[in-house]
Design a binder for this molecule. Sequence first.
Ligand code: UN1
Length: 510
Amino acid sequence: MVAAPTRAETGGGVQTFGNYIAGEWRPAATGETLENRSPSNRDDLVGLFAASGPDDVRAAVDAAAEAFETWGKGSPIARANILHKAANILEGRIEQIGRELAREEGKTLKEGIGETTRSVQILRYYAGEAQQPTGEHYPSVNPLTLLYTVHEPLGVCAVITPWNFPIAIPAWKIAPALAFGNTVVFKPASQTPLCAVRLVEALAEAGLPPGVLNLVTGRAGSVGDPLVNDERVVAISFTGSNEVGASLRKLAGERGAKIQLELGGKNPAIVLADADMDHALMHVVNGAMMSTGQKCTATSRAIVDRRVAGEFTEMLSKKITALRVGDPLDPETQIGPLIDEAAAERVAGEVQQAKDQGVSLLAGGERLRDGGRKNGAFVAPALFAEVDPSSRMGQEELFGPVLGVIPVDGLDEALAVANKVRYGLSASLFTRDLSTALLFAQGIQAGIVHVNSETAGAEPQVPFGGMKGSSSYSREQGKAAREFYTQMKTVYIDLPPAEQPSPGGRGSLA
Ligand code: UN1
């Protein structure tokens, strides 16, 4: 195992994990570590991880810059082979990593396994993408000119990922970066470094040359800041909060780095009177509550036609109240904890505040601290009725298991309400009517549009990203990934004069 040198057992059976820099697992320059504790039980220490700082970041960027000299010029087919192999390695570890993901992040075991499986699919997809055409051939005014474009790699890319998809988001940023010839310095969220280690191990074991992918764990201030400020980092891919996104956008603008931002969402699910109510119910609840509502694609507004709003709200209330909240490793559990105590307190506080302001709370919102939940970041899934679309509950991303129902009169009002937020990531409509579906798909301001399915979810072969405040107009995944991780060169190849049958066609001073 490549990771062996720093994965030695320490006292008490707790493992210590290092950074991966220049093809070696090594401790942080200061030797310091950070504790990583499970959100479902603070007594459960998942591991100790390098608490890195600027020296580690510099070493990682040095390694990535040096490796780019050869990796960027290498064959895409060789890169594809490594991604294929990494996919196979990861596939053999789905159960183990899915379990670790549930323990470290708090989503259910089923979701943890699902996310790891998805990461395998992402690696496979980019192994295929690496073998797709690298440019286009064009006609020229001179019929003998060979005129073509070629997508070339950018250089050293910073990949900064959130904790809520601790292996899938790193996979979908890192795999295309590598497939298209870039080298990477990867800074995962400090809450979920174990999944990051597992992904890097798979890629390293698959034969990635030293320096091509470097992992630096630690806090945002000590790792993220020096990383994005390093002039050699030419591109930054970030998924996370709008606040951090805004400061990165400014910084990248100032120093001319390419940037890709995936930010928040306040995603609506519109339920019209003709919808299949049971089907809509399942998708709205899944969209709102899976991963404890901690997805930027989560449904946080159920915009329901007034004719069915009473009935549908009642159905939601029953279903949400019955959700089993607990240990994500228990197969009976449907909803795990929030990512940490601070998040649980924040979300419970938001619910309390809305309730105090008179919003009608039909279910949940309180901290759960009984029995097996006493040491975890648990909050009962919450449902509000009759939410004012312009209120905080109707406008702000709470990033937790909280759903608000907004009654409306028909599609036009539903669309107006749906669009009147600063975000535009994903949106769903539930209807049986084809024209309504088409009007919705045209009128909704969202990068990801679903009809009769939940707002969350993303397949790797299509672009992913939001409109308005949800992104930087860039898209990830699918063919869009090549757009971000490459720059284009346009090449005119003409014959020397002796071999030109007639003068060139682009005009000349002579
Ligand atoms: C999904 O909906 O499955 O951070 C993916 C997020 C998004 C990814 C969502 N960038 O939640």
